[in-house]
Design a protein around this ligand. Structure first.
Ligand code: SAM
Length: 487
């Protein structure tokens, strides 16, 4: 028999204390002490402050009878009856004395900024209703803990707090309906991983309850929940222009609750990774970023796939590059889904039409140079074109998506319809991504410059005086010297 190796202590033991009605003593009366007192009062503690001087806020609280203040220096015995103590002074000798008493009496003590005199430390917290997130760095860097807390806080808002309340209300009922503890645990995860929070976010608490009810119904009917037809929904989510950080917060939340993700060629793999590990992933582009081959599914096949999965009760995320409604066939998918009676919701995204020029420092509008812009597809620029080229040639800013291969025809048409050959033009390839490249020229030169630079798609063309603004931005930036092509 081998002995279990001894576990090495790894740090502080995290807990949430119930201080309601219990005495807490704070030694010190400055701004830090004030913050500690407010936190203790929020937790329902009876607070005693020991300090000759106190902040105006602490004075107010004392005048209202919300706290007791001993207006004198700390003396031994002040921790009598205390359940917890905080030393918020910058006097090490005082901390030493408070620590000695606390240790002798077995009272947990936190001495602010003095780890040697701490039997507990306070994490950086974020509270939203009854949801509390606490971040600790074991006292090594409170500033880092605060910043990490801030990042996490962005994921937890009023909807999560309301969902927490709802789940709290349902706890007893669910215990009775699903007596098997294991099935119940699985069910709780299924509920919180589902799109219930979306109903809560829309303020549809009735819908949220019905959704939970369906999930519970499935669990009660069998060990595995039966897919529920009514539950099926398709979210058309804009994945943004390339950089995975440019999806919306809402889009990301929905993606993280998907049962099925159907994604395009231009969607960054890091975003597809955000779907739950058990989610089905279906690639419907010809080839993914960076490789692969194969036949591109017809639009009708994609529509059928979305409809079929939704009918099986799945939460389907149709992840599309940029914004789903900008040259993304999002509208057609929406129509097909609606015609099939499938619930569909659109989560807009950041379109490459604006973000790719923006990432190159080119604004599509400018108070001085451009009070309007048009976005066209390059596919409309080849052969017989239905576009009004005279109007486009006069447009202050013209943005062309999918226009890389047709660039010589696009510039020729603009010139034929009266555009000035010296009008600045730029092409931004792989905008917002590390591989971003920008070629800058004029209507007369841009097509040749792009051929010379061997730019790869995806690329966005932008024509107009605004390109000059982008150029100024780049010329001023250090290590970004003016050049026709830059990585
Ligand atoms: C089929 S359209 C889809 C547009 C997408 N719905 C949007 O709103 O960005 C694809 C075209 O968008 C442009 N595009 C997409 N991602 C890009 C990127 N990272 N940089 C430059 N252009 C991009 C290219 O013109 C590409 O051919």
């Amino acid at each position: 028999m081998t002995a279990t190796p001894a576990r090495r202590p790894t740090g502080f033991y995290p807990v949430f204390l119930n201080l309601r009605g219990r005495r807490a003593v704070v030694v010190g009366g400055g701004a830090v002490a004030e913050q500690k007192v407010l936190g203790l009062l929020d937790a329902g503690a009876h607070v005693t402050v020991v300090s000759r001087e106190t902040t105006p806020r602490l004075e107010d609280l004392a005048a209202q009878g919300a706290i007791e203040v001993r207006r004198r220096p700390y003396r031994r015995g002040d921790l009598a009856d205390a359940w917890l103590a905080i030393a918020a002074t910058d006097d090490r000798a005082v901390n030493d004395a408070v620590w000695a008493e606390a240790e002798e009496e077995g009272i947990p003590l936190n001495a602010v900024d003095d780890l040697d005199h701490c039997s507990f430390i306070a994490p950086a917290i974020h509270r939203e209703g009854d949801v509390t997130v606490a971040v600790s760095t074991s006292g090594k860097s409170p500033a880092l803990a605060v910043r990490l807390r801030d990042r996490i806080a962005k994921l937890i808002g009023p909807a999560e707090a309301r969902l927490c309340d709802l789940l709290g209300e349902l706890r007893r009922e669910l215990g009775a309906r699903v007596p098997d503890a294991r099935a119940r645990t699985e069910l709780w995860y299924r509920i919180v991983d589902s799109d219930v929070v979306e109903f809560v976010r829309r303020g549809d608490m009735g819908g949220a309850r019905r959704r939970i009810d369906h999930l519970v119904g499935g669990t009660v009917a069998s060990a595995r929940p039966q897919p529920n037809r009514e539950r099926g929904i398709v979210y058309l989510v804009g994945a943004g222009p390339g950089d995975p950080g440019l999806i919306t917060v809402k889009g990301l939340e929905i993606l993280r609750s998907a049962d099925v993700v159907v994604y395009d060629r231009l969607v960054h793999p890091a975003l597809v990774d955000q779907a739950p590990s058990g989610a089905e992933r279906v690639f419907v582009g010809k080839h993914a970023r960076g490789g692969g081959g194969g036949r591109s599914p017809e639009q009708t096949e994609i529509d059928e796939l979305l409809i079929e999965r939704a009918r099986r009760g799945r939460v389907v995320v149709r992840l599309k590059g940029g914004d789903p409604f900008v040259f993304g066939r999002g509208a057609e998918e929406c129509q097909a889904l609606r015609a099939a009676g499938i619930a569909v919701q659109v989560i807009p995204g950041v379109t490459a039409a604006i973000a790719a020029p923006g990432a190159a420092g080119i604004p599509v509008t400018h108070r001085r140079y451009a009070s309007a812009f048009a976005v066209v597809t390059g596919h409309q620029c080849e052969g017989a074109s239905a576009l009004d080229w005279e109007a486009l040639a006069r447009m202050p800013t013209l943005v062309v998506l999918m226009g890389l291969s047709a660039l010589p025809e696009i510039t020729a048409r603009l010139l034929a319809h009266g555009a000035d050959p010296d009008t600045p033009a730029a092409v931004v390839a792989s905008g917002t991504l590390p591989a971003q490249r920008v070629v800058v020229g004029t209507i007369a030169t841009i097509a040749a410059l792009v051929t010379e630079a061997e730019l790869d798609p995806p690329a966005t063309v932008v024509v107009g005086e605004v390109v000059r603004v982008g150029r100024l931005v780049r010329e001023r930036a250090p290590r970004r010297a003016a050049a026709a092509v830059r990585p």
